[in-house]
Design a protein around this ligand. Structure first.
Ligand SMILES: CC(C)(COP(=O)(O)OP(=O)(O)OC[C@H]1O[C@@H](n2cnc3c(N)ncnc32)[C@H](O)[C@@H]1OP(=O)(O)O)[C@@H](O)C(=O)NCCC(=O)NCCS
Length: 144
């Protein structure tokens, strides 16, 4: 990594929202962002202090882990930073394993990003053994 870059284990809700905005992802209230960040393991790559990459893991401390929000802002893509984030995430996961433990680590690939995740051992669903992953968004009604 460039010598001006560092990895921190925190990001503010405002910084996190800017990262999402930079890649065209939906926004939500800062309070909701903060709650999510407080319950995540976070890696934030910073250039002279400014966030340029983020990744996070949500873990129930049993067998279920979920990788979310792997983002490198567009000006910094293609320099190996996505790989740095994923390698930190994968090292973290391996470090949590105890003898005999098994983790199922899931993620939802953004469109056309599945080959990026395959580099780190993830397999696409559906396949001959498992059905597709599924998801649904819920939105709270605005109180006027
Ligand atoms: C996906 C993303 C994180 C990759 O970050 P990046 O810093 O550009 O990736 P890197 O430069 O570290 O690339 C790592 C490797 O993945 C490959 N790669 C990167 N993007 C890829 C893609 N879309 N499809 C296939 N391979 C890809 C690179 O060629 C590189 O391969 P190598 O290490 O074997 O040479 C970045 O494009 C991004 O933030 N996109 C917008 C947000 C997004 O969609 N995130 C994924 C959410 S599920």
């Amino acid at each position: 990594m460039n010598k001006n870059y560092e990895i921190t284990r925190t990001i503010t809700p405002g910084e996190y929202m800017k990262m999402r905005e930079a890649v065209g992802w939906g926004l939500f209230p800062l309070e909701e962002a903060q709650a999510g960040l407080e319950n995540s393991y976070i890696w934030c790559i910073r250039d002279n202090g400014t966030p340029i990459g983020i990744g996070r893991v949500i873990w129930d401390h049993g067998y279920v882990m979920y990788i979310a929000d792997i983002i490198v802002i567009p000006e910094y893509q293609g320099q190996g930073l996505g790989r740095v984030l994923m390698e930190n995430v994968m090292d973290f996961i391996h470090a949590q394993l105890k003898p005999g433990y098994r983790f199922m680590v899931s993620l939802c690939s953004a469109k056309d990003k599945q080959d990026f995740y395959k580099k780190f051992g993830f397999v696409e669903r559906p396949n001959e053994d498992v059905g597709p992953g599924m998801h649904q968004w819920f939105t709270g009604e605005e109180v006027l």
